[in-house]
Design a protein. Structure first.
Length: 71
């Protein structure tokens, strides 16, 4: 029972994080990449290649905004 509650809470936190990033300028595909998911679509498997430095900067900016919102 305790495992199910913890697992559910972690899922909620991942969902919140993904939604926050989406609302702060990241694409769904970028969020999936950050969270370790790779889509099954042809685009994700063969053509999606984000500029890593740009993705890093936008992600860190969004995370800083999240920290400010939570404080």
């Amino acid at each position: 029972m305790r495992y199910a509650i913890r697992h559910s809470r972690l899922k909620d936190l991942r969902d919140y994080h993904a939604t926050f990033l989406l609302h702060h300028g990241l694409l769904r595909e970028e969020i999936d990449l950050i969270q370790g998911r790779v889509g099954k679509s042809m685009f994700m498997r063969h053509y999606f290649s984000p500029a890593i430095e740009d993705l890093k900067n936008r992600t860190l900016k969004a995370v800083e905004q999240m920290q400010k919102a939570l404080n």
